[in-house]
Design a binder for this molecule. Sequence first.
Ligand code: ATP
Ligand code: MG
Length: 364
Amino acid sequence: MAGVVLKDIRKAYGQVKVLHGIDLDVAEGEFVVFVGPSGCGKSTLLRMIAGLETITGGEMSIDGKVVNDVPPSRRGIAMVFQSYALYPHMSVYDNMAFGLRIAHQSKSEVDRRVRAAADILQLTPYLDRLPKALSGGQRQRVAIGRAICRDPKVFLFDEPLSNLDAALRVATRIEIARLKEQMPETTMIYVTHDQVEAMTLADRIVVLSAGRVEQVGPPLELYEHPTNLFVARFIGSPAMNIIPGTIARSGEETSVSFADGRSVSVPIATTDARSGDVVSLGVRPEDLALAQGEDYLFEGPVSIVEALGEVTLLYVEGPSGTEPVTAKLPGSVGVRKNDTVRLHADPAKLHLFDASGKAFSKRR
Ligand SMILES: Nc1ncnc2c1ncn2[C@@H]1O[C@H](COP(=O)(O)OP(=O)(O)OP(=O)(O)O)[C@@H](O)[C@H]1O
Ligand SMILES: [Mg+2]
């Protein structure tokens, strides 16, 4: 079982603590994606799994064996970085073969593995070319091919697509999705800033913030049931609207009152909440729609209209004193700057967080 198990993993550079105790169990063959703001420790954690950084505290196992003191070359891992660092004077074939030759693999074994990797990544027509005669996306595929040749048990990627332009990124992302299907036993851990990569590639996403795990789960679970405000704001684009309010309870009914005096009933289990408690109501831009009648959540003037063709983003002055509420509406809408609009949301799509930022569980 080439899973990766992290137990209370800590990292400090001198006095500076970077990771504060990471617990994570990655199953064999699983594709796990690390996301989080810049500087939260994603690359550090990945490099520790690779063996490129020492482990300050905790225990790390790969394939059931503790690897804290095992050198990178003996961990059965391969890593692909943001910058692909190919040897410019070597052909694609030689770039991919290089590590295998160093490891004294036989000529026939080198050839078999290079050709198999080239086949997976559709690089066969380019084997004789030099890197300078390839596009950025093809070069990154060579870097991935070089890693595949080593037949790793665990594949690590640190933002492999971030140097590519938008179209190449999409094409190479699809290539990586295919790679995952062709190497079902290989465990993959992937760092990205890109929401779409995280949502589409991951079996599970790990959201990190300032050296701690905020939430781990399948992409749609994080999207639908973020356990705290940090994850709620981090997953989804544009970010979830967060509006401060207070709880008002009467019998079974729970409502949230806003600063403008309006209140909205929420179908959320708030047995712990008392009238007057400060809360945050969350609603995703894509869960808002223009209200037809009196049943609406917010009313306010539109400060900005962004018509993107496929969708229109409206920024609406929210219930007094809060940030504008963003609404993401399909297609184009006949709304102009300074129009007053009413926005409606299905109550089932509302999120509610307590004063500490923890989510109240929804009635399912
Ligand atoms: N060699 C080092 N010495 C001291 N501090 C370091 C060192 N390497 C990283 N750090 C610090 O550790 C923290 C985590 O860095 P890391 O590179 O893991 O972040 P990241 O999540 O990968 O960020 P990004 O998204 O920008 O790549 C940062 O505050 C960084 O400044
Ligand atoms: Mg990084």
